[in-house]
Ligand binder design. Structure first.
Ligand SMILES: [Zn+2]
Length: 235
């Protein structure tokens, strides 16, 4: 695999999504010269059981935590779309907001969640609807919306010219077809995740879980730690 010294956009729904699924790979690619941007669709303003916490306060905390995590990894900039947590829908409005960022930074690679991952019987979970909405909107933004000249001509007029993304990596907890060795950057991944203090109540438990997942993915390529994805190369 050649070095990824290219522009990369990682899109998630919540603060911490990208750090959980791909930050080991992202830290590795930044080390190889990649310029990485994050785009988060919601402001993460709902997930708290503290009776004194307000949505406004929580959104502010989550934003700062994500910016601190991005700094650990060397991410160039984090874009926030600030939709309400748990209410995200793959609307044309959301797709247009993502297209605007794609046309602005012009990534070769887009990393996001898997919109087909509705639930897993084996792993015993239902995927968060915000994850599905963010991923669905991102795929539509990549193809065909960001690419076509006649789509969103108002954006083109403002200087956001059409752009063709070359490659997509989707989260793959099961059945990846693309595995990245993150043995050298696992520590950075854990350090970045620890910045999400309001979401991670037990950091040592999180560390154990991340190592377990990374070890499982690593087995397939005989690496100590890895992250797995579903890769689509756009022709
Ligand atoms: Zn999430």
């Amino acid at each position: 695999m050649s070095k990824r010294n290219e522009v990369i956009l990682a899109v998630g729904a919540h603060q911490d999504d990208i750090d959980f699924i791909a930050s080991g790979s992202i830290a590795k690619w930044i080390g190889e010269g990649a310029v990485v941007y994050y785009l988060l669709c919601t402001n993460g303003n709902k997930g708290s059981d503290d009776p004194k916490m307000t949505s406004a306060k929580l959104a502010k905390i989550r934003r700062k935590e994500q910016e601190d995590a991005a700094k650990v990894l060397g991410v160039k900039k984090v874009y926030f779309l600030n939709h309400h947590d748990t209410e995200l829908e793959p609307t044309l409005e959301l797709k247009k907001e993502i297209v605007k960022v794609i046309r602005k930074i012009r990534p070769a690679l887009v990393v996001t969640l898997d919109p087909t991952a509705r639930y897993s019987i084996d792993l015993g979970y239902i995927n968060h609807p915000d994850h599905i909405a963010a991923a669905e909107a991102t795929l539509s933004a990549v193809f065909p919306l960001a690419r076509d000249r006649l789509t969103f001509p108002d954006l083109a007029k403002k200087g956001f010219a059409p752009h063709k993304v070359k490659e997509i990596l989707l989260t793959a907890f099961e059945k990846p077809n693309f595995i990245v060795d993150i043995t050298d950057t696992l520590d950075l991944k854990i350090k970045a995740l620890k910045e999400h203090k309001s979401q991670i109540k037990d950091p040592s438990q999180m560390e154990k879980m991340i190592k377990l997942w990374a070890r499982r993915s690593g087995r397939k390529i005989k690496a100590k730690y890895a992250e797995g994805f579903k890769r689509i190369v756009l022709r």
